[in-house]
Design a protein around this ligand. Structure first.
Ligand SMILES: [Zn+2]
Length: 120
């Protein structure tokens, strides 16, 4: 396990929070829970983009998991992040803090053009 802040592996247990094991980084003092993952790491942007593309093309989360190997809860997290970061009306003054915004906009646009895709 690594500190999500500094990457140190010098981690100590720090009690429990809502039934989840809490940890503290000895190096920088950052506290986090074991499955803490605001931006799930370990997957490249390409894998993330692939999962999101599969989602907007009608694949279920478990199908995405089977194809990409990414756990479906991780994919759900990404989809939720996309929804939060892309308001209906794009406001440059409130640009979301995501590096892959262009890519996300592309697939949201494709979702709109393909509305009804897979539906009777
Ligand atoms: Zn740290």
């Amino acid at each position: 396990m690594q500190c999500p802040n500094c990457g140190s592996t010098h981690i100590r247990k720090n009690g429990k929070n809502r039934d989840k094991q809490n940890h503290i980084c000895v190096a920088c003092g950052r506290q986090f829970i074991q499955d803490y993952a605001p931006t799930p790491s370990g997957y490249s942007d390409e894998v993330k983009a692939l999962c999101l593309r599969m989602y907007v093309n009608g694949s279920g989360f478990r199908a995405i998991e089977r194809v990409t190997g990414v756990h479906h809860t991780t994919v759900i997290t990404w989809v939720k992040l996309v929804g939060q970061n892309l308001p209906d009306a794009y406001d440059p003054d409130q640009a979301p803090q995501v590096g892959e915004l262009d890519e996300l906009e592309t697939f949201i646009a494709s979702k709109k053009t393909k509305s009804g895709f897979g539906q009777p």
